[in-house]
Ligand binder design. Structure first.
Ligand code: NAD
Length: 340
């Protein structure tokens, strides 16, 4: 029976990378019945909102979605559709794996990190306002016991289920004693229930430095929303950049899979950007659907194409203007051809 999946192409380069991922997923032989839903700035005129209710209804009904990036106006305009989807559907854990793959420029062996980012509260609660217009503004950061406990528990369960050895809580509790202090206390409480997994904590600035210098000492990182966002991009940078970084937003019943990267608008329609992050997000989705063999085949095919270094996009070439770089479609074709 085909899996009914909500497919959100998104905007900017989203439709190109989502189409590439759709073709690779279908080439595994697993059957999909895609429920294609439009969201983002391009649908504002048509629906009067960048996130029509039909999109949320579709995800609620199908329980699983594959999503392309969606543009958010910077410093003005509508609030992030991506954040809204996570918050409205209570997708509280954002998993962002970063693993070294041979063939990536500046290849650094031994990086195998998973960031588990709290996805519904923190500074992304979006409670902010002008105190004096153009002079002072205020943002309210929400950290709750419930939000902290469930994401830390998720990180430990993830570690256990995936044979991981250690969880590190990332925080700034030396300065933000109330909010991050609560997150950290709860993390240590939850850790007591998981004596089989090592636990430690790091202040976020030190964490960033250590991840650059000694990433092999870390394993699963769990962090409040903003630190998780920033630290996971740093981890992506360690293994080849945003073009290679997949992600999954997980709630109690619903899961939405999407690349870490944004809509890279300057490359829209150029058949240029790397589809790998979205294809690997598709592999995470296959694993979620318990299609483990198909997920492994996709991961192996991506690794083989990257290791060969020929049919890859510009970001995986030694120099950014390498004339032998191929396009989004051609890299997807090579991955399909490499499926065993
Ligand atoms: P971005 O991730 O879109 O792009 C930053 C840079 O990373 C690009 O210029 C490019 O050099 C590189 N890059 C990104 N994706 C790539 C790919 N697939 N292949 C090769 N290189 C790639 O980040 P940005 O420019 O900060 O944001 C652009 C828009 O995307 C903003 O509106 C932002 O709000 C939005 N955004 C959306 C999501 C999401 O949908 N989940 C996530 C992050 C940013």
């Amino acid at each position: 029976m085909a899996y009914r999946i909500t497919l959100i192409p998104g905007d900017g380069t989203g439709p190109e990378v989502v189409e590439a991922a759709r073709r690779v997923l279908e080439a595994t032989g697993v059957e999909f019945d895609w429920d294609v839903e439009e969201a983002g700035s391009d649908v504002m005129d048509k629906y009067g909102t960048p996130l029509p209710e039909a999109v949320l209804d579709s995800i609620r009904a199908n329980k699983v979605a594959l999503k392309g990036p969606i543009t958010t106006p910077i410093g003005h305009g509508f609030r992030s559709v991506n954040v809204a989807i996570r918050k409205i559907l209570d997708l509280y854990a954002n998993i962002r794996p970063a693993r070294s793959l041979a063939g990536v420029p500046n290849y650094r062996p031994g990086v195998d990190l998973v960031t588990v980012r709290e996805n519904t509260e923190g500074l992304y609660a979006g409670i902010e306002h002008d105190v004096i217009p153009n002079e002072a503004a205020e943002s309210i950061r929400i950290i709750t016991r419930r939000g902290s406990e469930r994401v830390v528990r998720f990180a430990f369960e993830y570690a256990r289920a995936n044979g991981r050895r250690q969880v590190t809580a990332v925080h700034k509790a030396n300065i933000l004693k109330a909010t991050d202090g609560l997150f950290l206390r709860v993390a240590w409480e939850v850790a007591e229930e998981y004596s089989d997994i090592d636990f430690n904590d790091r202040i976020v600035d030190n964490m960033c430095m250590q991840l650059v210098q000694r990433p092999e000492e870390y394993d699963v990182l769990v962090a409040p929303n903003l630190y998780g966002d920033i630290v996971s991009d740093l981890c992506s940078g360690l293994v080849g950049g945003l073009g290679v970084a997949p992600g999954a937003n997980i709630g109690a019943e619903i899961a939405v899979f999407e690349p870490v990267h944004g809509s890279a608008p300057k490359y829209t329609g150029l058949n240029k950007v790397n589809p790998m992050a979205t294809i690997l997000s598709g592999a995470l989705m296959l694993r979620h659907l318990e299609e483990t063999a198909a997920a492994d085949r996709v991961n192996r095919a991506v690794a083989a194409v990257v290791a060969a270094g020929e049919q890859v996009t510009y970001d995986l070439k030694p120099t950014r203007d390498d004339p032998t770089a191929v396009g989004t479609r051609e890299m997807a074709n090579a991955i399909i051809a490499a499926l065993d």
